[in-house]
Design a protein around this ligand. Structure first.
Ligand SMILES: [Zn+2]
Length: 200
């Protein structure tokens, strides 16, 4: 199983620290919940790309000898199954939905500000489509994480609904990483994950 842990460390710094990074150390198995610390079980590497960094980072793994589950800890700047970091993806989504940038305008803006940036229009289209398709699931998550949240009752138009949801995320959480981490904790999948069957 994969978990996300919150960190304020940048991808670059996380990468620099390598195996010396203070990874989370579970004192019980998050899967079977037996009160024995899972054993360290090496690392795997994955890509992490953001505005000013692109490289391989190490992901800490543990193994529970009781339920034979491997547990890996993804730092909160990563989204499961995405190479690009969550803040970059979320910035693109905000530029398009909140600040009304066109796809081309958004691409140009980001290219001007990011050292490592190889997106084309299709990346932006993909993230935008995925975010719009996930609105219902994101609202479900917001309701669980922030029980008193005021959600839009009926989604008027897709874009307007998306703007409201975006505002709830940007005002309710200090950083997109904290929203992303808490969403994953509460629902067990990422806010940008393909829709789970129950919501489709
Ligand atoms: Zn276990």
């Amino acid at each position: 199983m994969q978990l996300i842990f919150y960190t304020t460390v940048s991808p670059e710094e996380y990468c620099r620290q390598g195996k010396d990074f203070p990874f989370p150390e579970p004192d019980y198995c998050p899967h079977c919940r037996i009160k024995v610390p899972p054993q360290k079980h090496g690392f795997f590497d994955r890509n992490a790309i953001t505005a000013d960094f692109s490289g391989h980072i190490l992901i800490r793994r543990y193994y529970c000898q009781y339920c034979h589950t491997t547990i890996s800890y993804l730092p909160s700047f990563c989204l499961p199954r995405f190479q690009y970091c969550v803040d970059l993806i979320f910035t693109g989504i905000r530029l398009m939905l909140e600040f009304n940038f066109s796809l081309r305008g958004c691409l140009k803006f980001l290219k001007g500000r990011c050292r490592q940036f190889y997106w084309d229009i299709s990346h932006l289209q993909f993230y935008l489509r995925r975010f719009l398709a996930s609105l219902k699931s994101i609202m479900l998550g917001l309701r669980q994480i922030l029980p008193r949240v005021q959600l839009p009752e009926e989604m008027p138009a897709k874009k307007e609904g998306a703007q409201k949801v975006l505002r709830l995320i940007t005002t309710g959480f200090a950083h997109i990483q904290s929203f992303s981490t808490r969403f994953y904790e509460a629902l067990g999948y990422a806010f940008m994950a393909p829709l789970p069957n129950i919501l489709a």
